[in-house]
Design a protein around this ligand. Structure first.
Ligand code: LCS
Length: 393
């Protein structure tokens, strides 16, 4: 069915869905590595791109294709490229867009491995990167070089919750002919649509909100137009970062409740953020729904809601933060986010530990920063859990 003009909630249920010859209500799992051709000419036509028949699951598969179409539709994009993980999406973009002698300007607070893979592996192959505080667009302008081939943003950023003015950066970049990529993991297309704000490439760790149930890892890239699509898809297929059909099926299932899960988690997060901000043992809280967030107005302008990720620091820094993390019972002390359960973790020693301390500090990832991913439990229970743990300090 044509879904382009449907509302977001209707798209969540119907985009990408097809019904097989038995009239199945959900997209079946095509658990096959390869597809037989009708005859030799058909096989040749599939390889030549003259027939859109499936060839081999690393290159494409009906279940995976349904998910690619669904997420692309939700992001108002051209086409999706599903990947084995969020890092598969990040590296497919790097491989597709950069090469020896190419330079990338990026926000300095991003998911740790998204930065470290650039500064280690891609550096070995001759690609350079400059990491700046992109919450001030001037810093992005100042870092652009003649060989800059990509501007890479993550907003809200993991784990600082810093917010970049997407439209301002797109304007600067496009004036110089440079494409912009946004990692939209923290918002999902429900809360933010970077492609509508002029961005060229959007990516997700679908391990998080899009799948939403903490039971698989998965990623997705969506491009705004045909430009850049083939390069990134080619990279994904050749490095073998493809998704598995069973994984695609699970994400298709989780995706349907994206909006109602986010609404609930976000309402909970607003209450938790208010609770933390009023607590005498808390030094600071960063949540885009709080007026105290430095980009509160910008968040209201470019996002449809502040989401459910909160960063904060307990008075007494890391030592006090550890007491909190060691004493929660309902919240799991675990990395990841965007699932139905509340998680707490310590970026400096966990998700961002591979980034040198000096670079972490420049990016405002302090040693005392604690990150909460709020789930959809009863908010009274989440707050009671944090409250009893804070009382131990
Ligand atoms: N982008 C962002 C913003 C992320 O938060 C993550 C994972 C990735 C990309 C990579 O995705 P993955 O390969 O894990 O699917 N973030 C994690 C985090 O904050 N804790 O554990 C994983």
């Amino acid at each position: 069915m044509e879904t382009k003009n449907l509302g977001f909630n209707s798209k969540l249920i119907h985009s990408g869905q097809f019904h097989d010859e038995f009239g199945s209500a959900t997209v079946p799992i095509y658990q096959t590595s390869t597809f037989s051709f009708r005859n030799a000419d058909h096989g040749a036509a599939c390889f030549a791109g003259e027939d859109d028949g499936f060839i081999y699951t690393r290159l494409g598969n009906p279940t995976i294709g349904a998910l690619e179409d669904a997420v692309s539709d939700l992001e108002n994009g051209y086409k999706g490229i599903a990947t084995a993980s969020g890092m598969g999406a990040v590296t497919s973009v790097y491989f597709g867009m950069l090469g020896a002698g190419a330079h990338m300007v990026a926000h300095n607070a991003v998911y740790g491995p998204s930065r470290m893979v650039m500064e280690t592996l891609f550096k070995k192959f001759g690609a350079e990167s400059t990491w700046v505080d992109a919450t001030d667009a001037q810093n992005v302008i100042d870092a652009i070089q003649d060989n800059t081939k990509l501007i890479y943003l993550e907003t809200p950023a993991n784990p600082t919750m810093g917010i970049t003015d997407i439209e301002a950066v797109v304007k600067i970049a496009h004036d110089k002919g440079i494409p912009v990529c946004v990692d939209n993991t923290f918002s999902s297309p429900y809360l933010q649509k970077p492609l509508d704000l002029g961005v060229d490439i959007v990516l997700h760790s679908m391990t998080k909100f899009i799948n939403g149930h903490a039971d698989i890892v998965a990623g997705m890239v969506v491009t705004k137009t045909e430009k850049y699509y083939s390069e990134i898809r080619g990279a994904m297929m050749n490095i073998g970062s493809n998704m598995d059909p069973h994984q695609a099926y699970l994400v298709l299932r989780g995706l349907k409740t994206l909006a109602i899960r986010i609404e609930r988690a976000q309402a909970n997060a607003m209450k938790v953020a208010n609770y933390l901000e009023a607590h005498p043992k808390i030094e600071w809280v960063k949540y885009p729904g709080l007026k105290s967030h430095p980009q509160y107005e910008l968040a209201k302008k470019q996002m449809n809601g502040p989401g459910s990720m909160i960063s904060f620091e307990v008075k007494g820094g890391l030592k006090a933060g550890k007491i909190l993390m060691d004493n929660v019972h309902l919240a799991l002390l675990a990395v990841s986010l965007g699932g139905v359960e509340t998680l707490i973790q310590h970026p400096a020693s966990m998700t961002h530990s591979k980034i040198p301390k000096a670079d972490r500090e420049k990016a405002h990832i302090t040693d005392g920063l604690v990150r909460l991913a709020i789930g959809i439990e009863d908010v009274e229970d989440i707050i009671a859990d944090i409250d009893q743990a804070l009382a131990k300090i």
